[in-house]
Each structure stands twice: as structure tokens, then as C-alpha cells.
Design a protein around this ligand. Structure first.
Ligand code: ADP
Ligand code: MG
Length: 708
């Protein structure tokens, strides 16, 4: 029977919610039963602990059942209501004095003879055990009042009716603590949730696909709000997390199935351009690079759409691998596009490719929208729109009107800056181009599965041999003297230096070094040196000019914000000084550090920070000094910050994540993945009635994905 409250029941229609309470809830955006229940406790307090009164200690926080022996107003330096309580059948035993300050309503609730469950902190005052403003509940049933009156009028005090005992809500149990709602006492809010749960429809179906039918949804909702045991709320959260994980994995499995069945182009029929390039390079590719190229070629040679992720540490040579793939596509008569997250990067790739391919007849063009206006995207003059070539561009290339014709291969650089939907757009473009996705830095294994579970993965797990070593050290900014001497020495030897600061302009509130005041500071320290300034607020042309000066060695020092984080490549720069290093994320620091160690010179990353051992922010700096391995750093970052923060969720294409714990939980991911695949195996078109919800889920994705 479908009786009881439903998720869409309005709260203001419930008898136990007063008008004032309903208004307060509504102001906080909580109108329905469903909305109320989706608001999970922030934490729990175990108020079950109970000790005999004579055992209580000063400063101990306890929950005890007591009997009120007397109560009334007291006046000392403040007015307060006091109840003198003790064990129920021990009128001469230990007394505890409960005192309520500024809570006059308590006087109306309490009466001598009542039984209470109280929760609070014991304080010893003048030899008396006291408790200030304890949370309390009256443990007598509803006719306690009537019985007390009868007793007071000379009758005997009847024991409460058997089985009508009150279940405590605020005490004597594991109590949920919610984020406050303005205008509503914590008790009242908790009580409303409690009442709602009592009256909730017990056959409430799980929203979406039911991932765990053996654990009824209603029970999980109850367990997460009012768990009987500590494990229960964890168990319930796990169920919700699994549901969230499942939806995400289902989408991934669906995309994977679809892509695997998608016919594609054969884009690796000719490797001549690639071989020409490789022969012209002054170095040999690493074995890892060669292996990745092989994996990619294999995909591109198949008449199926390629969908591959290329992971590798900063500086491992991903770009070159991608270029090889693009040359195969061009050799096969196709257009190959490289999509970069920023203008600077697109221009840098463009320049880099032009240089590498100067001796070949491969045409490279740049399409970005940042320069003057959108018309920067006009097809290249004198080149047929579908003639085979390499096009480098920013995200503007994603949109239909700019999308190149005859596209055979799309390479997406720094995938984490784009979302899944954007990737979908590219993939879904008419000609089913092969797609190669690159990440800027390695990502934790669980995230690879989660975010890119629909992709095949190639990993460059080896660094080129010619790399100068990078030494990373942590220094206190108070001791700049030696650092300055070292900088002078290195600049005299012809090297260049990055100085990175967290903010662009000085702000009083956050006293971090900012790039602009840094510039002045370093100009004073090194009046003879040429110092450039790079930050995100500069226009594209200004940025370009600053970068050009640094690249050509016209400036010795580049003072910058994290604009230099991605992709900037100046092999002669071998020192990076990072101000307030503890304010950056671990992966970000690693990414920054990847700007040095690009040439044959030994490089130095100097982390400036006042963070002491054991202080927050210090641990990641130690990790950074310890290892250069980006895969290891990614896992550490994940461990230190938790999944929610590692992914800017908006960027990750994951949508809102309510239960980030699953992102780090291999068990859940594997289970969800297995379930999702099993469903698609038995019902690939999702026509079975029990899969209606899933059909809707992926259809929604597809509609969202293809519209552009
Ligand atoms: P990533 O994109 O992985 O950070 P890049 O592709 O930008 O790395 O490579 C960084 C630098 O290393 C480039 O200057 C590139 O030409 C060079 N490089 C790439 N592969 C090798 C190699 N096998 N040996 C030596 N240098 C290489
Ligand atoms: Mg790169």
C-alpha cells in the first residue's frame, strides 16, 4: 500500500509543522518532504553514553536519564531556570543542577516529577555538578502531565502506560546535526525530520535505478538521518554513493558501447610524414612514446572510431606523440585538429608544429577566436577547406560553424579543462573523427576509470633521457640572501628564471605575494636585469609579446601567475621560484615545476613557504621535494585533498556530486561498472520496462551532447 508521506508532499501541509516553521524552511529552499530528506546531516553526535550520576567528571560531555526533583527560577548575577535532578528512584543520591540561561520557554516545559533525557557538558561549580543549557527531552508519555496533576492533587503517581514510552530524538541516541536553517532551532528542525521519517511511505521506491533492492530505500533514508548504530549512516551513504556512481558508470558504459560500435575512418594508412618527422628530430623517441604511437596507430587503422586517452607526466613528450598521430591522419588525406584550452597554448602548439614540420609540405594553420573577433576563424586563405592539413585551435573549433571539414582526427589537449559534453560534441560531429584525448598531468587511477572509463588508455611512463635533473627544495622566504646569490650565479651562466606568485594584485586580506608587487621587488633586487611580467589580465597580444621576449632570452626573469602553468616551453629556463607555495594545490605545483627541467641544464624548483612541519600545506611540499613522479603525485594529491576538491566538478563533466566518497572507492566503481555492463549486455537498446529510467538517462545525455 502506498500510504504515508511522499517525496513531493509539501511540508506546509503537515500537521506537525507550524506556519512559522514552514516559512523558515521555505526561505531555505526546503518545501517538500523529498527536499527535506535530501538534506543530510553534516555530522552525528553519539549521545548514548550514559553513566551513573555519582561517576560524572568535570568537563565530561554526557547523556543521562534523570528525574526532576525540583525546579524554579534562580537569581544570581544572571537570571536562569534551574532543575535539580537525580537518579529516578534515589531521592537522596547525587544531584545535578541543570541551568538554562536566556531560555524562558524551558520553564513552561519542565515540572517536578518528570523524567528527562539530557545531553550536555558537566561543570563542577562550587562543589556542585552543573550543566549549562543542556539539550533535553521529556521522557514521559503524553499523559504524564495529567498523571502529575492527579498526583499533585493527592492521588498516587501512576506509572506510565507500558509500551507508550517516548523514543528520544535529541538525546540517548546517535543524533544527527544538520546545517542550521535561519529562524529554526536545531531541535525543531531535527524534530520535523524525525516526524517526517515516522510518517514516510515505507515502500518509497529508490529514485532512479534501484542499485540495491536488498536494502530498501526507505531504510537507507532513515539510517542516514537517525542511525541506530554508527555503521548505519555509513552503510546508507554507501548505498546513495553507489547509486550516484552507478549512474555515472552507466553513462560511461553506454558511451563506450556506442563508440565501440561506431564505424569510423581509416586514418593511419600512410606513415610517411611521421617517419619524415622522426628522422629529422635530434633525439629518439622513448620506448614508451613508441608504444603509445603503436597503440594509436592500431586504432586509427581500424575502420572504427578511435577513442583514446593519452596520459603522461609533464614533459614526457605527449605532444610529439599526438603530432605523430596527426601526421598519420594527414598522410591519409584527412584534416587533423588539435584543440588547446588557451590561446597561449594554441599559439605555442602552432609555432612548435610549424617549426617541426618546416621541411615537410604539411600545411599547419591556426584558428583561434581571441585575436580580433570571431572572424579569426575564417578558413585559411588559398587552402581548400577540406585539404589535408593540421589545424590548431581553441575551443571555438568545437562549434559546428567552425568545425573543420574532412576531419579525420581530433586531438584534445589538457582534457581536464574541457568537460565530457564538450568531448561528446567533438566525437558526435558528423564524420566520426578519431579522437585522442590528452591529460596535462597524470590523474589517479580511480578517476581514470571514472572519468574516462569509455576510453582506451595509453600511458607514457618514461621520461626522455636527455632531461636535466630537477632538484626541488623548500626554503623559508626569510632567507632570500643565498637564493639571490644563486640566482645571480645562474643568470651569469646564461640561464633564465620563473618567479610564480598566487595572485595578480596585492590584496590586504590575503597577504600573499602578488605578481605586480613582485615585479617591483625584483626590479629593485636586480636593477641590471631584464624582467618580464605575465598574468591573466594581460591582453592576448601583450601576453604573446612577453612570452616571446622570454623565449628569445630577451628577459632574464619572468614574474608570473599560474598562467605559466600549462604547456609553456622554454628549455633555457632552469629555475622556478614559487612564492607562498603552500597556497597552491599539489598537482598544480607539479604542473608548474614541469616548466623547468626541459633543457639539458640542471634545474631547481625553489618552494618558498613559512609552513612548518605538521602544518597544513606542508605535507604536499614535502611530497613534491620527495618525488618527481607525476603518477605518484596524483595519488598523493587525491589522498590529501579528497576527490571533491581534486576535480573542479564543473570541469570534470561529472555534474554535481553529492557523495564524493565513491570517487575514491574502487569497490564501488568496480561494482557499478560491472552492473552497468551487465545491463547493457542483456538489454543493449534498453527496451525492457525496468530500464526505462536508464533509457531516459542516456537519452538526455545524447540530446545534451549533440546540440550545437
Ligand atoms: P608534454 O606535452 O608531455 O608535457 P612535450 O610533448 O611538450 O611534453 O615535450 C616536452 C619537450 O620534450 C619538447 O620540447 C619535446 O620536443 C621534447 N621531447 C619529446 N620527446 C622527446 C624525446 N623522446 N627525447 C627528447 N626530447 C623529447
Ligand atoms: Mg603538453
Amino acid at each position: 500500500m502506498n500510504t504515508g508521506l511522499q517525496p513531493d508532499t509539501a511540508l506546509n501541509q503537515l500537521g506537525f509543522v507550524s506556519r512559522r516553521e514552514a516559512q523558515a524552511l521555505e526561505a531555505a529552499g526546503i518545501r517538500t518532504v523529498g527536499q527535506l530528506l535530501r538534506r543530510l546531516p553534516r555530522r552525528y553526535e553519539d549521545r548514548r553514553s550514559s553513566a551513573p550520576l555519582h561517576m560524572l567528571q568535570n568537563d565530561e560531555t554526557v547523556c543521562v536519564r534523570v528525574h526532576v526533583y525540583s525546579c524554579g527560577w534562580r537569581f544570581s548575577y544572571r537570571r536562569y531556570f534551574e532543575a535539580s535532578v537525580g537518579e529516578e528512584n534515589d531521592p537522596h543520591g547525587t544531584r545535578l543542577y541543570l541551568r538554562w540561561f536566556n531560555m524562558p520557554y524551558v520553564a513552561k516545559l519542565l515540572a517536578t516529577g518528570m523524567n528527562l533525557s539530557i545531553y550536555g557538558k558537566v561543570k563542577l561549580y562550587g562543589g556542585k555538578l552543573t550543566m549549562a543549557n543542556p539539550d533535553f527531552e521529556i521522557m514521559d508519555d503524553e499523559d504524564a502531565g495529567r498523571r502529575l496533576v492527579e498526583a499533585a492533587m493527592g492521588g498516587t503517581l501512576m506509572p506510565p502506560v507500558e509500551g507508550k514510552g517516548i523514543t528520544p530524538v535529541h538525546t540517548g541516541r546517535i543524533v544527527p546535526i544538520y546545517k542550521g536553517v535561519g529562524g529554526l532551532a536545531a531541535r525543531s528542525y531535527r524534530h520535523i525530520v524525525w516526524q517526517v521519517l515516522q510518517q514516510l511511505n515505507r515502500e518509497l521506491p529508490a529514485p532512479g535505478y534501484d542499485v540495491a533492492p536488498a536494502y530498501p530505500y526507505w531504510q537507507a533514508v532513515r539510517d542516514v538521518h537517525f542511525p541506530a548504530e554508527q555503521e548505519h549512516h555509513q552503510k546508507a551513504r554507501l548505498r546513495f554513493a553507489l547509486a550516484e556512481c552507478f549512474e555515472q558508470q552507466f553513462r560511461v558504459a553506454w558511451r563506450r558501447m556506442r563508440v565501440q560500435g561506431t564505424p569510423g575512418q581509416v586514418t593511419a594508412s600512410c606513415t610517411a610524414y611521421m617517419e619524415e618527422l622522426l628522422q629529422s628530430l635530434p633525439f629518439r623517441l622513448t620506448n614508451a612514446q613508441l608504444r603509445c604511437i603503436d597503440e594509436i596507430r592500431h586504432d586509427m587503422a581500424c575502420p572504427r572510431q578511435m577513442n583514446r586517452l593519452l596520459q603522461g607526466d609533464v614533459g614526457s613528450g605527449k605532444t610529439l606523440v599526438a603530432l605523430c598521430a596527426m601526421l598519420m591522419a594527414v598522410g591519409s588525406g584527412k584534416v587533423a585538429a588539435m584543440l588547446a584550452p588557451t590561446q597561449i597554448l594554441a599559439e605555442q602548439h602552432y609555432r612548435n608544429f610549424c617549426k617541426l614540420l618546416a621541411h615537410t609540405d604539411v600545411n599547419v594553420s591556426l584558428r583561434t577566436s581571441d585575436h580580433s573577433d570571431d572572424s579569426g576563424l575564417i578558413p585559411d586563405a588559398g587552402v581548400a577547406d577540406d585539404s589535408p592539413r593540421i589545424i590548431v585551435g581553441t575551443h571555438a573549433l568545437l562549434y559546428k560553424k567552425h568545425r573543420p571539414h574532412n576531419l579525420g582526427l581530433a586531438v584534445i589537449d589538457e582534457q581536464h579543462k574541457f568537460g565530457v559534453e564538450q568531448r561528446e560534441r567533438f566525437i558526435a560531429s558528423g564524420e566520426n573523427p578519431d579522437v585522442l584525448v590528452m591529460t596535462a598531468t597524470p590523474i589517479p587511477r580511480t578517476l581514470t576509470l571514472t572519468l574516462y572509463g569509455d576510453l582506451e588508455v595509453s600511458i607514457i611512463d618514461e621520461m626522455p633521457a636527455n632531461r636535466g635533473e630537477i632538484l626541488t627544495v623548500l626554503r623559508n622566504p626569510a632567507n632570500m640572501k643565498r637564493i639571490i646569490a644563486f640566482m645571480t650565479e645562474q643568470m651569469d651562466a646564461g640561464r633564465q628564471i620563473y618567479i610564480v606568485s598566487p595572485l595578480v594584485e596585492e590584496s590586504d586580506t590575503r597577504r600573499q605575494a602578488s605578481a605586480t608587487s613582485e615585479l617591483t621587488r625584483w626590479q629593485e633586487i636586480f636593477p641590471q636585469r631584464r624582467i618580464g611580467l605575465l598574468h591573466g589580465r594581460l591582453g592576448a597580444d601583450e601576453k604573446e609579446a612577453v612570452m616571446l621576449d622570454f623565449r628569445q632570452g630577451d628577459t632574464d626573469i619572468l614574474v608570473a601567475t599560474t598562467v605559466v602553468e600549462v604547456g609553456v616551453d622554454v628549455p633555457n629556463a632552469n629555475i622556478m621560484i614559487i612564492n607562498d607555495a603552500d597556497t597552491f594545490g599539489l598537482s598544480q605545483l607539479h604542473q608548474l615545476r614541469g616548466r623547468i627541467g626541459r633543457g639539458e641544464h640542471k634545474s631547481y624548483c625553489i618552494l618558498l613557504s613559512k609552513a612548518k612541519n605538521g602544518e597544513s600545506g606542508r605535507e604536499k611540499l614535502d611530497v613534491l621535494c620527495r618525488t618527481l613522479n607525476g603518477f605518484e603525485i596524483a595519488e598523493e594529491d587525491f589522498r590529501l585533498r579528497g576527490p571533491g576538491d581534486v576535480l573542479g566538478t564543473a570541469q570534470s563533466g561529472l555534474g554535481a556530486i553529492e557523495f564524493p566518497e565513491w570517487l575514491a572507492d574502487m569497490r564501488l566503481i568496480h561494482r557499478a561498472n560491472r552492473d552497468a555492463r551487465a545491463i547493457l549486455q542483456t538489454d543493449p537498446a534498453l527496451t525492457m520496462p525496468e530500464h526505462a529510467y536508464l533509457r531516459q538517462l542516456v537519452r538526455y545525455d545524447e540530446d545534451g551532447g549533440v546540440t550545437c
